[in-house]
Write a protein that binds this ligand. Structure first.
Ligand code: F6P
Length: 523
């Protein structure tokens, strides 16, 4: 498949030429999927390529790869685990997964019951203490859907070990009306444990007795024993399976803050939106299979054309967290250079994912997207309908988005730029040259009818499956993250050197790090 992508890229350098006069592109490369519409018509795809890739996908047993995922077989080989996130949102489970499926449903009932108990006891704000996958998903979903939250219920999020984050999160809160959610799959993450201990101290400093502090602590974890050892009561521990990866855990007990703030029904809708994509990826033919085509586009850009990065620009203020969510999903899953069998990957893997919110970023990095020396494919994400009182702004928002993708594709020639000059002469020529847009820059548009819980669930699941398919096509394991370990280990060694500034500095450290530590120890 990768060879076919390279050959296609070599033969199709001119995206404009591919698009010109091809009026069926919008229908052949547009996919309706529940509340979503995926538009790939501004990508360098052809029907011939899709035919070729469909055959190659079958040849590479991509259907089997999906079957492995959905049947709960080991897909995370380095950790010898399945990846059970699709089971969390499945309506039905295959016979051999029914017990696990039932256990997941029963945790969802516990989530709803605990949420009610907290609300009845006067809790108005939950402060989620978690990082990475134990933070980004609930934060994305809460900020996206907060206008639909239950009146009087609020969430705040603390991820960073930087005490400034915790201080900002508790600022202005009434300790008697808030509770802390310790969200950590491993229950051993430095940042979350430190924030949890400081949160307990903050409650104690405000005069709450130990018993009331305990009532304000909830744990979401795959290690209930560790939560118990930390002092969390059994009826405040919501567990999930080890086979749920951190960055795939939004659908599990990690979604508890959403159940509290938005209600169990909206959380169920989020799961239902994801389940719809689960069914689609398993059943749609490759040429109409949205996650597969998104995977193809990513590989085409990365391996065929050699583009190092991809931008995600949400034309929806509520989706401001989407780029950072996708950063973890894509880059922690597929940012790898060794394959499952231990050999070196000979092609580039995950692109750098970055982005922001339109139209704001049009006045920041879009200059570079249009005229910079690197081509950065863009994914535009928006909702067709507004859900706020200033709905007359919405056409302007959407027109900007449509204009940007058209401009990236079309560009502007030197002749067109020169014709717009009111003067003649060398300066006019120099300026016209600076006003040329090369065009030919690809983009994808992902449109929701409205930003609903189910549309958001579908959107996230689309990306999850894209990531998995890319990983399988490259032969890498998308479900481990060994690359985060070394820094954690070294931090464990360096921390005592900063907490006890008289401890001897080990000569084994490099000179730069030693100099940095000396400076940090000087205060
Ligand atoms: O950064 C590594 C990582 O393990 C992520 O994969 C995970 O989402 C995050 O840390 C938080 O881990 P935990 O939920 O175990 O605290």
């Amino acid at each position: 498949m990768l060879e076919a992508l390279r050959a296609h890229a070599a033969a199709h350098g001119d995206l404009r030429a591919l698009v010109a006069g091809d009026h069926v592109r919008a229908s052949t490369l547009g996919i309706e999927l529940g509340e979503l519409w995926l538009d790939l018509s501004k990508q360098p795809l052809t029907l011939e390529l899709l035919d070729t890739l469909s055959l190659r996908a079958d040849g590479q047993r991509l259907r089997d790869a999906l079957d492995d995922l959905f049947a709960g077989r080991i897909v995370n080989r380095s950790e010898n685990r399945a990846a059970l996130h699709p089971l969390l949102r499945a309506v039905e489970a295959p016979p051999h997964l029914q017990a696990q499926h039932a256990a997941m449903r029963s945790v969802r009932n516990e989530m709803a019951a605990l949420s009610d108990r907290l609300a009845q006891s006067g809790i108005e704000t939950l402060i989620n203490l978690g990082i990475g996958g134990s933070d980004l998903g609930p934060k994305l979903a809460y900020e996206a859907l907060r206008s639909q939250r239950i009146a009087g219920r609020h969430l705040r999020f603390v991820a960073n070990v930087d005490g400034a984050a915790l201080e900002a999160a508790v600022a202005g809160l009434d300790p008697t009306r808030c509770a802390f959610v310790l969200a950590s799959k491993s229950f051993g993450t430095q940042e979350t444990r430190m924030n949890a201990i400081s949160a307990q101290r903050w409650l104690a400093e405000h005069g709450l007795p130990g018993e009331q502090i305990a009532q304000r602590m909830v744990a979401l974890t795959a290690k209930p024993d560790a939560a118990r050892a930390f002092g969390i009561a059994d009826d405040r521990i919501l567990a999930f399976d080890e086979a749920i990866g951190g960055r795939y855990s939004l659908w599990s007990a990690i979604g508890f803050p959403l159940v509290f703030a938005l209600g169990a029904d909206r959380f169920e809708s989020l799961l239902a939106g994801a389940a719809l994509v689960d069914r689609h990826v398993q059943s749609a033919p490759w040429s109409k299979n949205a996650p597969f085509l998104m995977a193809v586009v990513e590989l085409l850009h990365r391996i065929g054309y050699g583009y190092p990065a991809q931008a995600v620009v949400a034309y929806d203020e509520r989706l401001a967290r989407l780029p950072e969510y996708l950063q973890q999903l894509v880059m922690e899953s597929n940012g790898k250079s060794i394959t499952v069998d231990g050999s070196e990957l000979v092609v580039p893997a995950a692109p750098v994912i970055w982005g922001g919110v339109g139209t704001s970023v049009q006045h920041a990095f879009f200059q570079s997207l249009h005229q910079g020396t690197d081509i950065v494919p863009v994914t535009f994400v928006a909702a067709r309908n507004a859900d706020h009182r200033f709905a007359d702004h919405h056409p302007a928002l959407l027109a900007n988005m449509a204009a940007q993708s058209a401009a990236l594709l079309r560009g502007r020639s030197f002749e067109e730029a020169l014709a717009q000059e009111s003067e003649t002469g060398e300066m006019a020529i120099a300026r016209a040259r600076q006003r040329v847009f090369a065009g030919n820059r690809p983009s994808t548009t992902l449109l929701m009818d409205r930003l609903t819980p189910s549309a958001l669930g579908s959107l996230i699941a689309l990306y999850e499956h894209q990531v998995y398919l890319v990983g399988r096509l490259l032969g890498i394991n998308s479900f481990d993250q060994w690359g985060v370990e070394l820094g954690k280990e070294l931090c464990g060694e360096l921390l005592p050197l900063l907490t006890d500034v008289r401890s001897p500095l080990p000569a084994s450290l490099d000179a730069g790090t030693l100099a940095l530590l000396r400076r940090l120890r000087a205060g």
